[in-house]
Write a protein that binds this ligand. Structure first.
Ligand code: ATP
Length: 297
């Protein structure tokens, strides 16, 4: 095999809680992760033996501002496996980015996870998902989740995963406002010992297990939202409009700034999509679903 194509799905957090800050600086989290239909397309091409006897990796992306060198998470993910298994090939990784960048949707981690799966298949390494996850977590806390995708409870720093049944069917509106938010900065500003309101993660798990969309939506919660919202009122504005336009609920994903709305009515979701498409509030606006499908509305 000399070519493989993989999809890297973005995620939203249906719930995000921070339990404490550990001595090593990492935050202990409890999150409900959900894949969305929006994905980056990744092609990995084996160009043959490298001239140097070591792995050689070219990165091409459709976004000028993304690193196309060893700083790209896709590069790191491929290199990690190729070095460990002494694969001295020259490969090209072509990334067509659709997931908003630095937006709280784990786009980089999704690419890294997809590349690990792709390299695993391309070179017949036969590593299980569990084995890929162990390696992936050394590059980023969200990568183990991205290897499996779907709906999952994520604990520890993100490496302890419990699969959940798929979220009840719904329509998800994603709006990334025209601002950039640093994940590091948001976590830096969070006073982990003094969080007033913790989302009811167990209640949400019950709602998902019961397949109750309304109950699930009513329990959306993200302790990082207050931090980001205080700096960027545009997030509150987007949420309010989504609710007015018929979303069951709306919340910021991860450290933001992407805001998502959960809809059970396709017409209302479309109207809201059209509104944001033609307003300055959203730089990237997508209508998608929860899951790994690529259904377009
Ligand atoms: P998270 O939800 O995990 O906090 P995020 O959505 O905030 O992630 P990413 O889109 O993963 O952030 O990107 C964060 C940074 O990583 C960007 O500034 C980008 O330059 C860098 N990066 C490296 N490789 C990639 C990649 N393949 N895709 C996107 N960003 C990448």
């Amino acid at each position: 095999m000399d070519y493989i194509r993989v999809r890297a799905h973005g995620k939203i957090n249906l719930a995000l809680d921070v339990l404490r800050k550990r001595e090593d600086g990492y935050h202990e989290v409890r999150m409900i992760m959900q894949s969305v239909g929006l994905y980056d397309n990744i092609e990995i091409v084996n160009l043959g033996q490298s001239g140097t006897g070591k792995p050689e990796i070219d990165i091409e992306t459709n976004l000028r501002y993304l690193p196309n060198n060893e700083n790209n998470l896709a590069y790191k993910a491929a290199m990690l496996l190729m070095e460990e298994f002494y694969i001295s090939a020259h490969i090209a990784i072509r990334i067509k980015k659709m997931i908003p960048v630095a937006a709280g949707m784990a786009g980089g981690s999704a690419d890294a996870a997809a590349v690990m799966k792709g390299v695993n298949r391309l070179f017949g390494l036969r590593l299980s998902n569990e084995e890929l996850k162990k390696r992936g977590v050394t590059l980023g806390a969200d990568i183990p989740y991205c290897i499996d995708g779907g709906t999952a409870l994520s604990e520890g720093i993100g490496e302890i995963l419990t699969p959940l049944p798929p979220m009840p069917p719904c329509i998800i509106l994603l709006v990334k406002p025209p601002i950039n938010v640093s994940t590091k900065l948001v976590y830096g500003k969070l006073d982990a010992g003094n969080i007033e309101y913790h989302p009811d993660i167990d209640g949400m798990i019950d709602a998902i297990k019961a397949g109750n969309l309304e109950d699930m939506a009513s329990r959306l919660g993200n302790v990082l939202q207050t931090v980001t919202e205080t700096e960027y009122p545009i997030i509150t504005e987007i949420k309010d409009i989504m609710l007015k336009m018929g979303a069951l609920n709306s919340m910021m994903s991860g450290s933001g700034p992407t805001v998502f709305g959960i809809f059970n009515d396709r017409e209302k979701a479309k109207e809201a999509y059209n509104f944001f498409k033609s307003s300055d509030l959203g730089r990237q606006v997508y209508l998608t679903d929860g899951g790994n499908g690529d259904e377009r509305y």
